[in-house]
Ligand binder design. Structure first.
Ligand code: ASP
Length: 439
């Protein structure tokens, strides 16, 4: 089996971390292709090299002297090289990069050098071939990723390299200029490489042991999620749980390659396996809980609404015309409620209300702000009886007023709306009932 392993910035922030990553790669012959990020933070006060490169580029654009700030970047790499005892000099590379920063050849180019240099070090450290991502990952002139071309060229290139390092985060435009993905984009590179290599596994090494059932800032030491499906993960990440760049899922998902989130600082932990589908019975009825604060409910009431053809379309038009995206839309026979993000909505509030009046002629329109949405996600819910019953009685016991309930037809999730102030307690109550007491 071929494994593609991607290491995040914190896994490569120092020589010590690099050595851990090296041990991980060497301990399994299947780990043939390595995708590194740029060095991340070594501690809370430290900076990510990517941010340092952006700063340097912007300073150069203001005609400032970048010698000191560029030296700091060089220092980060030289400390890693020396700490690993490598006989590698990147002096020529540094010279070229510094000149290009001064010549302002592109912000994306500047940012990408973090991964590029780390890739050079990783390749030397492992004794693997170095493949420049600019030669195998392509974007069109508008900056859209070209998946077919990339897959074709990359597949061929990987065939000729038994073991290789491909830096994350960037590729090239048709004219050869460097283009990066959005921030955190090395995850996407890993996924693209896994697809082209026809890998059996895409390992994504980071600094946590995978996804947790709930946010550790709310639940102390939450249980890890062992297996999660892509669809469950989408539901959870849409609600704010993030372990992976969103776009990293698509290339491997289509190819049926599982992703394993692992912890570089705790390689013995199995981490979280993200799969297309599974018969692995989840440990608890629910797979995970995630949520977000800051929503407004726009309640629209009108007698006989259900028999008025086109009513929903007209109501939604008021939001669309004002470019407001809709989060949820529970409805009753004579009412519909539209949940939107408070921050987006606030500036356009009166405009939207007056349009709703004009378009829908409602009996009443009212708003309720400062609401939070919580998604309780789990493929196991379909099989379990009484999930909703337990959920709501737990919330009632915790004295939490549920303002909205929405269960998708897939029975993969139940979304509930509560007051912002009840958000944390609601998550605790749900976690308690399903995970701690395992009801
Ligand atoms: N180094 C880039 C960033 O900081 C990409 C990545 O780490 O995935 O966003």
């Amino acid at each position: 089996m071929i494994k593609v392993v991607k290491f995040g910035g914190s896994s490569l922030a120092s020589a010590e971390q690099f050595a851990k990553a090296g041990d991980i790669v060497r301990s399994d012959e299947d780990r043939k292709y390595v995708v590194p990020s740029a060095p991340g933070k070594r501690n809370d006060k430290d900076s990510k090299v990517t941010d340092m490169l952006y700063d340097c580029y912007r300073a150069a654009s203001r005609q400032e002297d970048i010698r000191i700030s560029f030296n700091r970047i060089k220092e980060r790499y030289n400390t890693i090289i020396n700490g690993l005892g490598l006989k590698l000099s990147l002096e020529e590379e540094y010279k070229k990069i510094e000149k290009n920063l001064k010549d302002q050849i592109g912000e994306d180019y500047a940012a990408s050098r973090g991964e590029y240099l780390n890739g050079k070090i990783m390749a030397a450290y492992l004794g693997f071939e170095f493949i420049d991502a600019a030669e195998v990952i392509f974007f069109d002139e508008k900056g859209h990723f070209l998946s077919d071309k990339t897959n074709k060229v990359l597949k061929k290139r990987l065939h000729s390299a038994e073991k290789a390092v491909i830096p994350g985060f960037y590729g090239s435009l048709p004219d050869g200029t460097i283009k990066t993905f959005s921030r955190g984009g090395s995850d996407i590179t890993g996924s693209i490489v896994a697809k082209a290599a026809e890998a059996g596994m895409y390992e994504n090494w980071t600094d946590v042991s995978g996804c947790m059932v709930a946010d550790p800032r709310i639940i102390k030491n939450p249980k890890p999620i062992r297996v999660v499906t892509y669809r469950e993960l989408r539901e959870l990440s849409y609600m704010g749980a993030s372990v992976l760049h969103e776009d990293a899922i698509f290339p491997v998902r289509k190819a049926g390659i599982p992703i394993n989130i692992r912890n570089t600082n705790c390689p013995e932990a199995p981490g979280t396996l993200i799969v297309e589908s599974t018969c692995h019975v989840p440990e608890y009825t629910i797979t995970g809980i995630a949520g977000k604060k800051g929503f407004v409910a726009v309640n629209i009431d009108k007698d006989m609404m259900n028999s008025e053809v086109g009513f929903c379309r007209k109501a939604l038009q008021a939001f669309e015309d004002n470019r407001i995206s809709i989060e949820h839309m529970p409805s009753g026979i004579d009412t519909m409620t539209v949940f939107v993000q408070q921050e987006e909505f606030m500036g356009k509030e009166q405009q939207i209300l007056s349009e709703l009046h004009k378009l829908c002629k409602p009996d009443t329109l009212d708003l309720e702000g400062d609401l939070a949405l919580i998604a309780v996600v789990g493929r196991g819910m379909r099989e379990a009886r009484g999930t909703a019953g337990r959920l709501f009685s737990a919330l009632a016991h915790a004295n939490i007023n549920v303002k909205m309930i929405d269960q998708g037809s897939s029975e993969l999730n139940i979304i509930i709306g509560v007051r912002n102030g009840d958000f944390e307690n609601a998550i605790r109550a749900i976690y308690d009932i399903f995970v701690e007491t395992r009801l």
